[in-house]
Ligand binder design. Structure first.
Ligand SMILES: NC(=O)NCCC(=O)O
Length: 383
């Protein structure tokens, strides 16, 4: 079986393990069980009609005496590209709008308050090719572009916060960025968060196209909680998650595009660990499918030139501050993951484990400020 035919780790365990072992394996692998969320029949029907996976889970928190529950629902959308990569650009973008539009409609039926799409969701992940044309033509203004207009309509229609990661063209200087636009449920653009770590690995030749983000670790206060967006490669940087959390993020989204051969063993760990370490919820989203490009490209590893990047393995999931996580979406199919969470869990786990309270930040900051200097002498004791 090839990597792109393997449906999901969870399905494999369910199929092959006896019930008693399965319960223990799941407890150890995934933490406290996330309950299934009942989703309306019309949503289940629509997902089946439009041929995408729909899953729903619920994280619970203890009832408090002084605070009411803060239950909200997030929706994570993963999808493959709709048209071939050599179709006219506007057709490709419009086809993606229409696909994601029908998935957001189902998210609305499921009562989703905040929806997040995958990294650069309107285009193929073409940065492997190192060709500028036609890929830079997918870039749009974060404030005025067609995709933002489209998302503003969705946000207003469904009273939903929309996190829309696109290839951004800042038109004043024609600078390109990899940017998540955050659109409030009022339909207004609340702001944007630019990808702040650009990969230098494998075929992820993104530094050829756009710059390291300059938006810091912005957190967006929405009607449904304080959210932040840590785009793809930023998930390998614990301090990146940490800084969003220091600014008060209650949910950190991680829209991504990553392939099996490179990162799959790390995928289930990184966002989950960030949820634990920072007493918050994290949402990891990856695209699906294998995208083929007309011109061959090499990977700088002596191997033959090829036409595709490899398999994007989906597996989007949500992790909670108590270390539990939802099962992932499929490795191969488009999907919508609906997750209900009570944001009160963040403080409850913080009060229990106190990672943020016990962190020695002033000390780290002092040592770190020395460690980044040219004349730094590591603190090593020798005999
Ligand atoms: N999109 C992106 O930054 N991918 C880099 C590879 C990875 O982080 O898995």
């Amino acid at each position: 079986m090839s990597a792109c035919e393997f449906e999901s780790l969870e399905d494999c365990l369910e199929t092959h393990l006896p019930q008693a072992e399965l319960t223990e394996v799941k407890r150890i692998l995934f933490g406290k069980e996330t309950k299934k969320l009942e989703l309306p029949a019309c949503a289940v029907e629509a997902a089946s009609e439009h041929d995408f996976e729909l899953k729903g889970y619920r994280f619970e928190a203890a009832q408090e005496q002084l605070r009411p529950p803060r239950r909200i629902r997030v929706g994570l959308i993963q999808h493959r590209i709709v048209l071939p990569t050599d179709a006219p650009i506007l057709d490709q973008i419009n086809a993606m709008h229409s696909r994601v539009g029908e998935m957001v409609e189902v998210a609305a039926m499921c009562g989703v308050n905040i929806v997040c799409f995958q990294e650069t969701w309107t285009m193929p992940f073409a940065f492997c090719t190192r060709e500028k044309e036609p890929w830079t033509q997918f870039a749009e203004s974060a404030e005025e572009g067609n995709t933002t207009r489209f998302c503003q309509e969705l946000a207003k229609k469904y009273n939903m916060v929309v996190v829309s990661p696109i290839l951004e063209r800042e038109e004043l200087h024609d600078t390109l960025w990899n940017t998540a636009v955050v659109i409030s449920n009022s339909g207004n653009v609340l702001g944007k968060s630019r990808k702040n770590h650009i990969p230098r690995i494998g075929d992820f030749n993104e530094s050829t196209y756009y710059m390291e983000g300059d938006t810091g670790h912005t957190v967006f206060q929405t009607q449904f909680g304080k959210i932040a967006v840590n785009i793809c490669y930023g998930r390998h940087h614990p301090l990146n998650w940490f800084m969003y959390s220091m600014n008060g993020a209650e949910i950190i989204f991680n829209p991504s595009a990553t392939v099996g051969a490179l990162s799959e063993p790390m995928w289930p760990i990184e966002a989950r660990n960030a949820a634990i370490a920072n007493h918050c919820f994290t949402c990891a989203i990856n695209r699906v499918g294998t995208e083929k490009f007309k011109n061959e490209f090499t990977s700088g590893d002596g191997k033959k030139a090829h036409h595709d990047f490899g398999h994007f393995y989906g597996s989007s999931y949500v992790a909670a501050p108590d270390g539990s996580r939802t099962p992932g979406l499929s490795r191969t199919r488009d999907g919508l993951l609906v997750v209900e969470m009570d944001l009160n869990l963040n403080r409850q786990i913080s009060d229990k484990w106190s990672f943020k309270m016990t962190g020695r930040y002033a000390e780290y900051a002092e040592e770190l400020s020395k460690a980044v200097k040219q004349d730094f002498k590591p603190n090593i004791v020798k005999e």
